[in-house]
Structures are given as C-alpha cells and as structure tokens.
Design a binder for this molecule. Structure first.
Ligand code: PMV
Length: 355
C-alpha cells in the first residue's frame, strides 16, 4: 500500500454566516494555511493508529470493527468517523471493486494516520472540515477510489453532520474546492466566484478603477468561538421571533447576491459596504461580541472599506477589506483594539495530493 499525503486549506467566511445554515447562500474563501494528513500502512496490526500532535492526540488506536464505538478523543473524532463512513459507504460508491476492508484483512495491514496543521483549531479557520476532507481524500487515494469532488463533499459533509448534528457544509466545500465560492442550500449549488486572488499583492487586481490592491486583513479576537452553541442560540432566537430572524436572513441573502456581483466586478468599495451591512445583521442576531465590535469599528475608522466578524461569532476572527494605503494603520488599529493580526492570503487551492 502506498503512503499518501494530502492537504486542504482553512477558510474564512466572507458573507452569509448563520443564514447559510437555513439554505441561504454565502461567500467563502480558502486561506493559505493548510492542514496536512498522511496515511501509511502498518504491517501485522489490523487497526488504525492516529497521531495528531496539534490537537493532543498521540498514538490513539482503534480496531476497524470498533470505529465510531466508545470514547473518542475530541481531536480524533473527525478522522475516526470519516474512516468509518468511507468504509461503510464505499461499496455504495464503487459497487464493482473489492471492499477496502477486505483488502486490509487479506493483506493483514493497519493504517497509520498523522496530521500537521498550519493553523490552530482555535482560530475558526475550519480545522474540523479540513481534517475530514483530508481523511476521505487520502483514503480515496490509498484505495484507488478516485472519488469525484461531489462524492468527496457528500461523504465529508455526512461525517461533519454525524458529529456536529448541524451545519451548512460551506466549510467542507471550501476545503474541497478552494478559491472563493458561492455556496447555497447545503451544497446544492457551489459556484467559483473568482479564479484569481483578490488580495495577492502580485495579482495586479485593483478595485473599482483604483490602482490600489485590496487585501483582506484578519484579526483574531483571542476568544475561541463554539460554533454549535452559537448556531443553537440563533435557532432559539428564530423560534422566539421567527419573522424578525427570517427578515434578517432575507437581508443577508440579498447582501450575498450583491457581494457576489461586487466580487465578480472587483468592486471592493461596494464589497466593503456590503460587509458592513452584513455585520449589522449579525449584531441583530446577537452573535457579535464587544471585542469583535471594537476591532471592527477600529478597522473602519482607520481606513478599511468594510469590516465584519467571520464565522459563527462569539469570538474567533474579524475581517477587514483594506486598501494598501491604509494597511498599516488598520493593522495597528486592530491590534490597539486587542486583536492579533493573522497574516493569511485568500483564494487559495482546495484539497490536493502532496505525494
Ligand atoms: O464558526 P465557523 O467559522 O465554522 O463558521 C460557522 C458558520 C455558520 O454559518 C454559523 C455555521 C455553518 O455551518 O454554516
């Protein structure tokens, strides 16, 4: 059995969080911090051994017939359930071929899985979806399954739902497709919005006839957000005030449509305004925090074209679209408001085989 290493990018939500859980669209971009996962064979031991140092998993072992059963350390959950789902669904995916589990039993081998991440799980860059996508992609390579991107999405999304119970799947799609995508209705529509970087200083892209480039600045609030709790919080608000929350979701949907057009036209001034409007909606949903609000206000006051939180809220990161001329002042403003600047570039490649 060959050793395979794959990698997938982290992500940042540009517009549309929370509403996307209810089928509305969002825009998401892949960032240049990646998660790497390798699978190799171990002889004479028919089990899975997982080492994920970044999430404190060291030499965790499970036999194939116990996958998904009993206690699973948090850091190994997505890998273990992804492996289980791959083996269980595999006969459905490829009816003609031999079951990979049979092959493992015949060859008397086990699987050793190792991960390495360029981003800590606390930043909200989507480490769970990236590791899920990597696990299934690597298994697909090891067992020559050649899964399509759609099959990879379906299996990875199922894995995330099995563990989290809810979620739109936008992060899974971003890890697979990369770039900047428009994502709708749990993956029914996934459309690439821009194929070239919106922020790479070498890309030569300028905004709205202006010669300046428009990088996205990212500020970490220092607080880890709990996505599941925040999604539940919004669901509760929706149950209490359905008209209000539906109205906010409709507004967000319009913002996302306009945002897609603005990105396609590379009108970053308009995109900034839409980010601000989206932030107002998220404040109304009650998921922004004082810390995020002050980082966002500071960024705007220092020259950002627009700023908002990115992701579930309650912490994690804010993003600010910022012309080159204001880069330094906006960075300093975010830091003075207590944020930590994360140097990432956006619109990067989706899952790929490294070796
Ligand atoms: O917390 P993150 O970065 O995983 O983003 C969550 C975005 C939500 O819309 C709140 C949830 C989802 O699954 O789309």
């Amino acid at each position: 059995m060959k050793k395979v290493t794959v990698s997938a990018p982290g992500k940042l939500m540009l517009l549309g969080e929370h509403a996307v859980v209810y089928g509305h669209p969002c825009l998401v971009t892949a960032v240049d911090r990646r998660l790497y996962l390798s699978i190799s064979a171990i002889s004479n031991q028919q089990k899975v051994i997982i080492n994920a140092a970044g999430v404190e998993v060291k030499g965790y072992e499970k036999s194939f017939d116990e996958l998904g059963i009993g206690d699973i350390p948090k850091g190994a959950q997505f890998i273990e359930i992804a492996i289980k789902n791959f083996f269980e669904s595999n006969p459905k995916i490829m009816k003609q071929v031999e079951d990979p589990l049979l092959r493992i039993h015949n060859d008397k081998i086990g699987l050793s899985i190792k991960t390495r991440s360029e981003f800590a799980s606390m930043f909200g860059f989507g480490s769970s979806s990236a590791v899920t996508v990597c696990t299934i992609k690597a298994l697909s390579e090891v067992f020559d399954r050649n899964l399509s991107q759609k099959e990879l999405f379906d299996l990875s999304y199922k894995t995330v739902l099995d563990i989290q119970g809810n979620g739109s799947g936008f992060d899974v799609a971003s890890a697979i497709y990369g770039g900047t995508i428009y994502f709708e209705n749990r993956g029914e529509r996934i459309v690439s919005v821009i194929s070239d970087s919106i922020e790479n200083p070498d890309s030569g892209i300028s905004g709205n006839g202006d010669e300046e480039k428009f990088p996205l600045l990212v500020g970490y609030s220092g607080v880890k957000a709990d996505t599941v709790t925040l999604v539940k919080q919004v669901a509760l608000l929706g149950a209490q005030q359905p008209d209000v929350v539906n109205g906010i979701f409709q507004d967000i949907e319009k913002i996302v449509h306009h945002g897609r057009e603005a990105l396609e036209k590379k009108d970053f001034v308009l995109f900034g305004k839409l980010m601000d409007q989206n932030q107002d909606c998220l404040v109304k949903l009650g998921i922004s925090t004082e810390k995020l609000n002050s980082m966002i206000t500071a960024a705007r006051d220092a020259g950002a074209l627009g700023a908002k939180l990115s992701g579930a809220g309650g912490g994690d990161c804010m993003i600010a679209i910022t012309p080159n001329s204001s880069q330094q002042s906006v960075k300093e403003a975010i830091e003075n408001a207590g944020g930590e600047i994360m140097n990432v570039s956006t619109n990067t490649e989706g899952v790929r085989v490294e070796t």
